[in-house]
Design a protein around this ligand. Sequence first.
Ligand code: DX5
Ligand code: ZN
Length: 222
Amino acid sequence: MKKIIAPSILSADFTKLGEEVDAIKQAGADWIHVDVMDGHFVHNLTLGIPIVEALARTNPPPLDIHLQIEAPESFSEKFIDAAGDSILGITLQYETCKLLHGSLSTIKARGVSAGVAISPMTPISVLEEVIEYVDMVLIMTVEPGFPGQKFIESMADKVGMLREIIDGLEHRPLIQVDGGIKLENIKLIADAGADSIVSGSGIFGTSDYAETISLMRNEMES
Ligand code: DX5
Ligand code: ZN
């Protein structure tokens, strides 16, 4: 299956967001990863509903919304509404959900992808019950909170372990990997079993988005 490349809009130039969306779409992005942060779960405050509404007006690639916020259940439907027809899905952080089944059910009831993300120090074992219920599992390969961090090498094994588990299941959620992924290490992650790969500074930090994405695809297929 073709690997999905999901550039994180958080690393785009916010003085020209509409142009950046067009540029990344022309460059071959499959999805746009939208990093929502509330300054409580993580020590950063990024973007909210108005920005997602604005993104939705640009006819973007599908919006893959990553809620790094406390009590995400109170916002997931608002983001689904804000994204409108551009919504791909909502990914919640395991660490912020007290009632994970209910929070995921709310998203699934809206007919969009329901994902769960785990931070680097959260073991895969916590997903035992939820893995058959979600559409996507996101393995964070940096501590949530900021773009431009260094990829945590040991997370490649975690991706491989999850790949093995999911390949033995009837229901096979996608594996998404997010954090510190660049041209230099994308093959490692793709070979470990990622289906969808997020890259923020690794794409928006380069001068030619199309060239970067094309080189990333070549790396993954080589
Ligand atoms: C971190 C976010 C990531 C990050 C990716 O909390 O979830 O999506 O913005 O940016 P890079 O690719 O630069 O690590
Ligand atoms: Zn993210």
